[in-house]
Design a protein. Structure first.
Length: 93
């Protein structure tokens, strides 16, 4: 069994309130959840309206599949309007 986790720190561009942040974060999380076989959640910086910490996790018997899905999740996040990835850390065990 292979478990992969990607933790992303993101900047919310143009956000002036938690409502603006929630719109961008929800868009990114829903996009990943619906298109990929990954769990997704906001895991930190919930009170900061210009910063988001997101995590994605996947489990498989194939390491390559987990890596591929996490890479696709990053590409999907990069396409979300108003969301800029500052850094992303991938851990696969």
């Amino acid at each position: 069994m292979v478990v992969g986790i990607m933790e992303c720190r993101c900047r919310i561009l143009g956000s002036t309130s938690l409502k603006d942040k929630r719109r961008a974060v929800k868009s990114g999380l829903e996009r990943v959840k619906h298109r990929l076989n990954l769990s997704a959640a906001e895991v930190g910086a919930q009170d900061h309206w210009q910063l988001a910490e997101l995590a994605f996790a996947g489990v498989s018997g194939d390491r390559g599949l987990v890596e591929k899905e996490l890479q696709q999740a990053r590409r999907l996040l990069e396409q979300v309007d108003g969301l800029e990835i500052i850094d992303a850390v991938v851990t696969i065990e």
